[in-house]
Design a binder for this molecule. Structure first.
Ligand code: ATP
Ligand code: MG
Length: 441
């Protein structure tokens, strides 16, 4: 993409409405614009990031055996009356009346809807287990939308729903999601810590929030730093091997990690030596629940057991804040000049800078490198504008692409370019071939 043609409305000044760094940088880097409180438009650069995040989530859900569907954003109130949640959900639910005066709502979550679909289709234990997910916009009329996309009113969530015959098999489904979550965040360059969580009105004892450590997080957390040395990608269990999956889950759940809601200072000190205690803040980027027959009973999701008797299915639900992650990744990875995208979610891999657009030889060299990068399938943003070198460098640092490739008149004469790694700032003077090899290799 040529910068001269790209819709990238960057800002030089800090927008006054943004209180935290991710919100500031998302506005300044031209990723998002606010439409109204807690509701955002995603501009080209932001959308590329959002789509990369969603794609990693999708790949890891698919790998774990979940299957993608797409349910609507607008739901019928009747369904929620049948589950008993319509009144209880309160003001967070955006309630809508259609022209026939039927009560509708903009879905804050989809347990009811997926359970109804499932109830109409599955009648036998032979069709279990199943896990269905979608990546869809949600609306929650939050009292205090803030921090940009981190706490929006409209936000993109991946929500998955598992259906099993009994508690034991539901636990297997839960464990698979647990591992899929760790893999998902690790691929985005994040260390998410699973914390025992309150199930609230849902009940039961099986719920974990996945939290990344960040000073600007909304949750207070108490955790064993030993979590940070675990790498699930280095030693991934086979999803078909329930015992192997369970043992990796156990490795993580045996370490102390709780948010303030469940924190127990006695228990914390006993479990974690002082030098390993983390007390600070974190951002919730996912939440998984086992809730048994809470929705299957009222909505009639019943199946025949092997002995011919009937049972309500055991369910779980599993959310990932896809749009929140765009902000959370920035909170975890930035410096005073701007964003530092982890490779896997970067909107482009390389920012190619032509230092002197008025110099014919320099432009010819930069054009040729641009063509080569495109031929090699490398996603590249090519700054071909007549802006000053300083402005170009500042903007590239702000938008945070992993590599910057700088083509200047002096280097062109010598047959070299400058390659900079955004993370760490290391710069190297290289031949074009060597720079290509570094970027592609
Ligand atoms: P929170 O405790 O932050 O309000 P929640 O527990 O209500 O979140 P869940 O229902 O568990 O959220 O939703 C799953 C995920 O969706 C959360 O882990 C979070 O990452 C994301 N999420 C929830 N609410 C919002 C929001 N208002 N804006 C952006 N993302 C959100
Ligand atoms: Mg939660």
């Amino acid at each position: 993409m040529r910068r001269s043609r790209y819709f990238l409305p960057t800002l030089k000044e800090n927008p006054s409405e943004a209180q935290i760094v991710s919100h500031r940088y998302m506005l300044r880097a031209g990723m998002i614009r606010q439409a109204s409180a807690g509701i955002y438009s995603w501009l080209p650069l932001g959308l590329r990031v959002l789509q990369k995040i969603a794609q990693i989530v999708r790949e890891e859900q698919d790998r774990s055996g979940a299957q993608e569907v797409l349910m609507p954003t607008i739901q019928s109130a009747d369904l929620w009356k049948r589950s008993g949640r319509y009144d209880g959900y309160g003001k967070e639910m955006l309630r809508i009346m259609d022209r026939h005066e039927r009560e509708m709502l903009y879905g804050p979550t989809n347990e009811e809807q997926i359970t109804e679909i499932f109830a109409g289709a599955v009648k036998s234990y032979r069709d279990l287990p199943r896990n269905l997910y979608h990546i869809q916009w949600k609306f929650r009329d939050e009292v205090r939308p803030r921090f940009g996309v981190m706490r929006g009113r409209e936000f993109l969530m991946k929500d998955a729903y598992s259906f099993d015959l009994d508690y034991e098999s539901a636990r297997v489904s839960y464990n698979k999601m647990f591992i899929a979550y760790l893999r998902t965040y690790a691929r985005m360059g994040l260390k998410a810590i699973p914390m025992e969580a309150d199930t609230g009105p849902i009940g039961g004892d099986l719920s974990h929030e996945f939290i990344i450590l960040a000073d600007t997080g909304e949750s207070q957390v108490f955790a064993d730093r030993d979590f940070l040395s675990h790498d699930v990608l280095a030693d991934p269990p086979d999803f078909d091997d329930a015992a192997a999956v369970a043992s990796v889950v156990k490795r993580f759940t045996s370490l102390y990690a709780r948010t303030d809601e469940k924190h127990d200072q006695a228990a914390f000190e006993a479990a974690v030596p002082e030098e390993r205690r983390y007390v600070g803040r974190g951002i919730e980027v996912g939440h998984i629940f086992y809730f048994g027959t809470k929705y299957s009973e009222p909505l009639g999701a019943r199946v025949a057991k092997p002995d011919g008797s009937e049972t309500a299915i055991h369910g779980g639900s599993y959310g990932i804040g896809v749009s929140r992650l765009a902000g959370a990744i920035i909170e975890a990875s930035h410096d005073e000049s701007g964003i530092i995208w982890p490779d896997a979610v970067a909107p482009f891999k390389v920012g190619l800078i032509n230092l002197r657009a008025a110099d014919a030889a320099c432009t010819a060299a930069a054009d040729a490198i641009y063509a080569r990068l495109q031929d090699a399938g490398v996603e590249v943003l090519y700054d071909d504008t007549a802006e000053s070198a300083g402005a170009k460098f500042a903007e590239m640092d702000l938008i945070g692409l992993p590599w910057q490739l700088v083509v200047g008149p002096r280097g062109v004469k010598a047959g070299t370019v400058e390659l900079k790694r955004r993370a760490g700032g290391e710069k190297q003077e290289l031949s074009i071939d060597a720079a290509m090899a570094r970027i592609c290799g």
